[in-house]
Write a protein that binds this ligand. Structure first.
Ligand code: 9EZ
Length: 321
């Protein structure tokens, strides 16, 4: 079984594949043209965000049985086209949970105290205090939109910071909310009561542009907004206006409508903090997702051959935890 790794994968993942006797080609920075020309030789493909698996790629991938995407987000894979050809698509959303939640907590502090802006000025020799009067997190209300795996860890850490945590999620059970020790509210109530708002939903047609001028108008004056989920859930133009007018005191984003954000006016604002999609960038998360994607690919090797031989496997989408 031949495996192509078209982007970077932590060495722990590569070792698992090699030890199992799979033939591994680690070709970081594979171009779309290269991918098209070589993909026909491989049984398995491991990608990151840089590789797009289009219908054209899948058409050329005559031997391909499985695509693994370490981490969450499968925006760059044409899942229906893969499924049509009996190719399994797998991701590992669990491996990033704590790391992404911790980045969110970091952004919460950054938005409360302007740490990145103050540090940048200090580097330039400026000792600026007046400009950076912050607020405490303790006693403030944190509104979490989307209380799945990451949202739940953010809630737990925020409770430790003595924040009052409220959440909105159309899919959560009341029992689970009770276990977490937080209050489930409507979206309108969340907007009305929150001092800080953080988003932890996937990008869907319901969440695209969820935070916009109309919903911002429902928020408290001086609200601080965090987005470490997906670019575009917050309308960037509308947020720009809110940060400019002071309606929103600060915003801290790890994700953008276009990444990297070129000519994006948001990043010029003093009360905006941006990081370059660092949500999953820890040693621990990268090891977690690399091993979590390698293990089922190894396990799949004999099983996939058998199932395809029997005509059972028609393609599907699964999660490897
Ligand atoms: C939808 C959502 C949040 C939401 C939350 C989760 C999949 N999903 N979608 C509409 N977990 C706010 C408005």
């Amino acid at each position: 079984m031949k495996v192509l790794i078209s982007d970077n994968l932590s060495k722990q993942g590569i070792e698992i594949l090699e030890k199992a006797g799979l033939e591994v080609d680690a070709r970081a920075k594979t171009t779309p043209e290269e991918l098209l020309s070589v993909i026909g030789n491989y049984d398995a493909l491991i990608i990151r965000s840089a590789t797009s698996v289009t219908e054209e790629v899948l058409e050329a991938a005559k031997k391909l049985k499985i695509i693994g995407r370490p981490g969450s987000g499968l925006d760059n894979v044409d899942i229906p086209a893969a499924t049509k050809r009996g190719v399994i698509v797998m991701n590992t959303p669990g491996g990033n949970t704590i790391t992404t939640a911790e980045h969110t907590i970091g952004m919460l502090f950054a938005a409360a105290r302007y740490i990145p802006q103050a540090a940048a000025l200090l580097r330039q020799g400026q000792w600026e205090k007046k400009k950076f009067m912050g607020v405490e997190l303790s006693g403030k209300t944190l509104g979490i939109i989307g209380i799945g795996n990451i949202g739940a860890v953010v809630a737990n850490r925020a409770i430790g910071l003595k924040m009052n945590v409220i959440a909105y999620d159309p899919f959560i059970s009341p029992e689970r909310v009770k276990e977490m020790g937080i209050e489930l509210v409507s979206l309108d109530e969340l907007y009305k009561r929150s001092d800080f708002i953080t988003i932890h939903t996937p990008m869907t047609k319901e969440t695209k542009g969820l935070i916009n001028k109309d919903t911002i108008a429902k928020m408290k004056n001086g609200v601080r907004i965090i987005n470490c989920a997906r670019g575009g859930i917050v309308n960037e133009q509308d947020l720009y206006e809110a940060l400019k007018s002071g309606k929103a005191a600060a915003a801290a984003f790890d994700v953008f409508e276009n990444e990297p954000p070129v000519n994006n006016p948001l990043i010029t604002l003093e009360n905006f903090i941006g990081t370059p999609h660092l949500g999953a960038q820890t040693t621990e998360a990268q090891e977690n997702v690399a091993t979590a994607i390698a293990e089922p690919i190894v396990g799949s090797s004999p099983l996939l051959h058998l199932l395809r031989g029997l005509g059972v496997l028609r393609g599907s989408y699964m999660r490897a935890h």
